[in-house]
Ligand binder design. Structure first.
Ligand SMILES: Nc1ncnc2c1ncn2[C@@H]1O[C@H](COP(=O)(O)OP(=O)(O)OP(=O)(O)O)[C@@H](O)[C@H]1O
Ligand SMILES: [Mg+2]
Length: 259
């Protein structure tokens, strides 16, 4: 009976899961004079210096920069996983650090370079977890998770153990999990960094296809020009400063014209 209910829900409402109305809009993530310093052997090192920037819902943004420049640090701040030393990060009119983890989950989904999945849970249980934490019912979680597994073309792995998945499959499962709460923004820290070129392209095309349908914003860090050329806006992080790159935007426009 239980599985029958789930299957009726999933076939009837598959396309209704992406509630574009909720996701589309003019929500912005804005950094205002953001500085981040760490203490290292009694020395203070400032990684991010007085950064001002805005990222729009519905748009795709990349952050590029050399290794160690502070890309992950910046994304962790935007995701609310850490706090700036000074300055503010707002999502809409709310300061990210003031939101509860549940409120953050509905606004921000996260994908990291190394996918972290819980070995003791099956694939679908891992995806469902994000919805359960934010209070969705078992049935709601399952129907969303099934829909998202289909989106990342891994519906056949629903009951697999995590150990059976390849690296690319794991990354697609973490993507599905990140989308469970229909976030307004997806923050992805080198999501293709551990993948071969072909698998990385598959993951990126899934991210972008979902972004188009949902209207969410994307903020992605990457070293890979193939990834950054897909983004509408590219910011370069260097010497603690974040500067929007006009050249990358031109390259993106030329690429779009060619397609
Ligand atoms: N918690 C911390 N305590 C001290 N230093 C830190 C901490 N987190 C990051 N750092 C330092 O901040 C700098 C930026 O690190 P970060 O991981 O943000 O760089 P990155 O641009 O993401 O590099 P990569 O491209 O290699 O992932 C590094 O020098 C790192 O050692
Ligand atoms: Mg990093």
């Amino acid at each position: 009976m239980y599985s029958k209910v789930i299957s009726v829900f999933s076939s009837l409402q598959r396309e209704a899961f992406i509630s574009k109305g909720r996701m589309e809009g003019s929500l912005e993530v804005c950094l205002q004079s953001v500085t981040k310093s760490f203490c290292d052997e009694n020395r203070q090192i400032t990684i991010l210096k007085n950064i001002n920037a805005c990222f729009q819902q519905g748009k795709t943004h990349a952050i590029v920069g050399a290794s160690g420049v502070g890309k992950s640090t910046l994304l962790h701040l935007i995701a609310g996983l850490d706090k700036p030393t000074s300055g503010k990060i707002l999502i809409g009119s709310d300061e990210i650090s003031s939101l509860s983890s549940l409120e953050r989950a509905s606004k921000i989904g996260l994908v990291f370079q190394s996918p972290y999945l819980i070995k003791e849970f099956s694939v679908i249980e891992n995806v469902m977890l994000a919805g359960k934490i934010s209070g969705l019912s078992e049935i709601e979680c399952k129907k969303k998770a099934l829909y998202l597994l289909k989106e990342v073309e891994l519906e056949q792995t629903e009951n697999w153990e995590i150990g059976k998945l390849s690296g690319g499959q794991r990354q697609r499962i973490t993507l599905a999990r990140a989308l469970m709460n229909e976030p307004s923004f997806l923050i992805a820290d080198e999501p293709t960094g551990n993948l071969d070129e072909v698998t990385g392209n598959v993951v990126m095309s899934m991210i972008l296809s979902y972004q188009k349908k949902s209207g969410m914003g994307i903020i992605i860090s990457s070293h890979n020009p193939a990834v950054t050329s897909l983004m509408e806006k590219v910011f370069i992080l260097k010497n603690g400063c974040l500067i929007e790159s006009v050249e990358f935007v031109k390259a993106h426009e030329q690429r779009v014209k060619r397609v």
